[in-house]
Design a protein around this ligand. Structure first.
Ligand SMILES: [Fe+2]
Length: 449
């Protein structure tokens, strides 16, 4: 009798595991033009203001001024127009062919109280901004969106993101699509300022950040590293191209698809060390972001993440990473994680191209709205581990409710409105009895940074 029940369950499950697609009458959106975001304030005023998390209870404020003698100072406080704290930082600038950047300022402020609105001003004059710090405890809501660009679709996506509250934005690469045209980094900074000045934006690099040129700029990432420095030193990394940080019970690892990831490389050794230090009693959730997807059934960029998957998948599996987000493919795709598997009612995830109850859930979310348009062609038939795939612009929201449960919403851009096309609940691996036993056996290692 039990075997009959299993057989029936298996048949039901097979039906559930068939991939979802958008309804046939849904019309795909063509690319939309690049938007120009001019600077129409005095040259000494801050522009391109954005925030990032930098250590516990601190934020980094980054901005650009066209004038070079503006002080790198941020005045801030909890009441609008009344600044009872201030901090000074540093400036940088860079040249790229004939282009010279404005003065790029980075100032670390804090300690800051959790779940608190702060008002601030950059450089001692100019407009006031405000932001809210992440909460001290669950729940926390992440917006996840890759391949943002600066088109009219980007603007729609940003409006939809801004329409409801969130705590931290995670961007798995491809920001401005400047592609050597440096003024496009400035216009991107101005486009995202109304959003990135209100919440921390944590990013990792995509191929469009490289801007390498043989002999002249062989290392690349000149603009990206100058404009979007992330807290890599705080996580023991030697490079802005990969790092990790903690926020509200979540350890987040930002990997670099475009710097050496092979076994024995600096990034690989850093990842081994970073994973060894995770303490699941402090951060029960572990997320990873990377640009080129390791699992992808779209014909675009097929196989580009494969060598990195081969190098690093086992490390992440053995450390029980909950979810891995990627960009690069301009579409949405989710690889498993439904509360069902072929044999038993387990949480199914992915490892080595197959269903595995203790592997991560993989999500491709390269759908921010860039100028290249959507990746429309998929491999057929759909692999059984791909549960939902759709070539539409949009963004995702991961609301981690507590140590054990998180809700994932994928919002599709339907012209000017945002529609929830996916609504899925995830359980953390720490809450899975069979997987958590392995996690508990691992003792976190703390070494000197
Ligand atoms: Fe990309």
């Amino acid at each position: 009798m039990p075997s009959l029940i299993l057989l029936i369950l298996s048949a039901v499950v097979t039906l559930f595991l068939r991939p979802h697609h958008a309804s046939p009458d849904f019309i795909r959106q063509p690319p939309r033009p690049i938007v120009n975001t001019p600077h129409d304030l005095p040259e000494s005023y801050s522009q391109q203001v954005h925030l990032s998390l930098v250590g516990k209870n601190y934020m980094k404020v980054s901005w650009v001024t066209e004038e070079s003698n503006v002080p790198s100072i941020v005045d801030y406080g909890k009441i609008a127009g009344k600044y009872d704290s201030s901090a000074t930082g540093e400036t940088t600038s860079y040249r790229y062919f004939l282009y010279t950047s404005g003065e790029i300022h980075h100032v670390k402020i804090g300690p800051l109280d959790p779940a608190t609105t702060y008002y601030y001003r950059c450089g001692g004059s100019g407009p006031e901004f405000n932001f809210k710090t992440p909460p001290a405890t669950f729940p926390i809501e992440f917006v996840v969106v890759g391949d943002l660009g600066q088109t009219e679709w980007t603007r729609s996506t940003l409006d939809h993101i801004n329409a409801s509250n969130y705590d931290v934005l995670l961007l798995p690469g491809d920001l401005s699509y400047a592609d050597l045209l440096q003024p496009l980094w400035d216009s991107f900074g101005r486009l995202v300022e109304p959003y990135a000045s209100k919440r921390p934006w944590m990013v990792t690099e995509g191929n469009h950040e490289q801007e390498k040129l043989p002999i002249i700029y062989p290392e690349g990432f000149i603009a990206y590293n100058a404009r979007w420095p992330m807290p890599y030193e705080e996580s023991g990394s030697k490079s802005n191209l990969y790092y990790s940080f903690d926020t509200v019970g979540t350890h987040i690892i930002m990997l670099g698809s475009y710097t050496d990831f092979s076994i024995g490389s600096d990034q690989y050794k850093w990842l081994v060390s970073d994973l060894a230090k995770i303490d699941r009693s402090i951060t029960p959730w572990v997320l990873v972001l990377v640009h080129a997807p390791w699992y992808n059934s779209n014909k675009a960029h097929q196989g580009e993440g494969e060598s990195m998957r081969i190098a690093m998948e086992e490390l992440l599996y053995n450390s029980h990473v909950d979810m891995i987000f990627a960009g690069h493919v301009h579409a949405y795709e989710r690889f498993v994680s439904l509360l069902i598997s072929i044999i038993l009612l387990l949480k199914t995830r992915v490892y080595e191209n197959d269903i595995d109850p203790c592997g991560p859930t993989y999500i491709t979310i390269g759908d921010g709205g860039n100028r290249e348009g959507l990746a429309m062609k998929y491999k057929e038939p759909s692999p059984s581990i791909s549960l939902y795939r759709e070539a539409s612009f949009g963004h995702g929201r991961l609301r981690i409710m507590n140590e054990t449960h998180a809700r994932w919403l994928w919002h599709r851009n339907n012209d000017s409105t945002s529609v929830v096309a996916e609504d899925v609940w995830f359980e953390s691996l720490i809450s899975s009895h069979s997987c958590s036993q392995k996690i508990k056996e691992k003792v976190p290692q703390h070494d000197e940074l």
